[in-house]
Design a protein around this ligand. Structure first.
Ligand code: PLP
Length: 457
């Protein structure tokens, strides 16, 4: 009998795939040689490929399927809305009930400074919107010379021209002449890689956190405080390798932004909707951002949606500023908003944020502390349900493997064969499993991770 979704054989899918489909962030020639793995269905925390292999998805798709796969409430919300009103826009003085309902719900669950939301279709669009909003704000304040947005190396803020410019991925900057003007980058708060002093001795994490924040102050002084518009950061850098910053970092960043009147932007595309054990990562890190972008977890990835929470300070300026000449056809798409409302209600009903904060998050931290003893692991970090294992050649000194060995990719290949999706960022192995994951499923995931580390040795 045919497997679900298997209307063609795997070889046929692969052949057609490489003939016609340009994949994101993929070397097409390499993919054509190997053939894509064809994912045909999913349930709970598992996905299945076209050969019928079951795989534990420890990345929640791309950091998004927070409530797990196969949730009927979300499917029904989409179906109902598709039948009632599949599309209408919110340009030109119109709105739809699901978009209004979602705006109200977001105002309720986000920190109190956020009473307004601007919708887009993705994280990238949301961060593009931030660039427009920040510059609009300073124009309205009569300070148009405040244009510079400071971000961090190795940050990921999306793939559009502004998103990739805000991001600090050098490969992306090399393709297409990025960044666009007036976006600059400072070093990331990556203690394991950068936390040494002039004598190459390890700083304490706390000391390093303050030092990493001081790089923002240095950059502001270099540019001139009167030219700096905003600072943007992910509370925990995700695609850069789940870099959990020292506890001293964000409070100091907040102080620096306050001192210079600079807008603070929190990119919560990954850290939003419970990932870190609070509804939003800024709450975990103790900051009070002026703008906050979200996407992914807002719908658990069932349908595309993103947006920007606009804090009181910017909202007030916009309210008296006339038309903000910006928007997307799918801003506030009614089907996406209906799914988001159902998704947030489900997170609330099942207490998933509390579960991460009080149960599964601490449990993952404890189990990762055990994994830190593995001979390949130089550092193990978690924050809520995000985790990173830094693979090293020498555990004592923390010396890395030679890059050409591609040990991270080796480990990832073992995971793939053993039925586990884990991502490799260089030699840093990262996870972000569904927030619905139980302790028993976590044990299953951790046994697989340990087996794959052993196989990589
Ligand atoms: N911001 C962060 C922190 C992300 O991790 C991502 C995607 O991974 C984005 C923005 C871009 O989101 P999208 O891929 O929905 O455009």
């Amino acid at each position: 009998p045919q497997k679900p979704g298997a209307t063609r054989t795997t070889a046929e899918w692969q052949q057609t795939d490489s003939a016609h489909y340009l994949h994101p962030f993929t070397d097409s020639a390499a993919l054509a040689r190997k053939g894509a793995r064809i994912i045909t269905r999913a349930d709970d925390i598992y996905i299945w490929d076209s050969e019928g292999q079951k795989i534990l998805d420890a990345m929640s798709g791309l950091w998004c399927v927070n409530v797990g796969y196969g949730r009927q409430e979300l499917i029904e919300a989409a179906t109902r809305q598709l039948q009632t009103l599949p599309f209408y826009n919110s340009f030109f003085n119109t709105a739809t009930p699901p978009a209004i309902e979602l705006a109200e719900l977001l105002a309720e669950i986000t920190p109190p400074q956020f009473q307004h939301v601007f919708f887009g279709g993705s994280g990238s669009e949301s961060n593009d919107t931030v660039v427009r909003l920040v510059r609009r704000y300073w124009d309205l304040q009569g300070q148009p010379e405040r244009k510079v947005i400071i971000s961090r190396k190795n940050a990921y803020h999306g793939s559009t021209m502004a998103g990739a410019s805000l991001g600090g991925m050098s490969e992306m900057h090399q393709q297409g002449g990025l960044p666009i003007p007036d976006i600059v980058h400072i070093e990331q708060p990556f203690w394991f890689a950068l936390g040494r002093d002039e004598r190459s001795e390890r700083l304490s994490r706390e000391e390093f956190g303050r030092r990493a924040a001081s790089w923002l102050e240095d950059k502001i002084q270099e540019i001139g405080p009167g030219r700096v518009a905003a600072f943007i950061g992910e509370p925990v850098q995700g695609a850069g390798g789940v870099i959990v910053p020292p506890s001293t970092y964000w409070p100091e960043i907040q102080r620096i932004c306050d001192r210079h009147g600079i807008l603070l932007v929190s990119d919560e595309v990954i850290t939003g909707f419970g990932r870190t054990g609070q509804w939003f990562g800024c709450e975990t890190m103790g900051t009070k951002p002026d703008l906050m972008t979200f996407a992914k977890g807002v719908t658990s990835g069932y349908i595309p949606l993103g947006g920007v929470m606009v804090g009181e300070r910017v909202a007030k300026a916009l309210a008296n500023g006339g038309e903000f000449a910006h928007g997307y056809t799918y801003s506030g798409h009614p089907v996406a908003c209906a799914v988001a409302v159902a998704n947030i209600r489900l997170i609330q009903r099942e207490g998933l944020v509390e579960r991460v904060r009080e149960d599964t998050g601490p449990y993952l931290a404890q189990r990762y502390a055990e994994l830190a003893g593995h001979s390949l692991v130089g550092e193990a970090q978690t924050c809520g349900l995000m985790g990173a294992l830094q693979l090293v050649r020498d555990k004592t000194s923390g010396a890395p493997f030679p890059a050409e060995l591609a040990v991270g990719m080796m480990c990832r290949a073992h995971c793939f064969r053993e039925g586990l999706i884990m991502r490799a960022v260089g030699d840093r192995m990262i996870i972000a499993p569904p927030l619905s994951m139980t302790r028993a499923q976590m044990d299953e995931m951790l046994a697989l991770i340990r087996r794959c580390l052993d196989l990589t040795l």
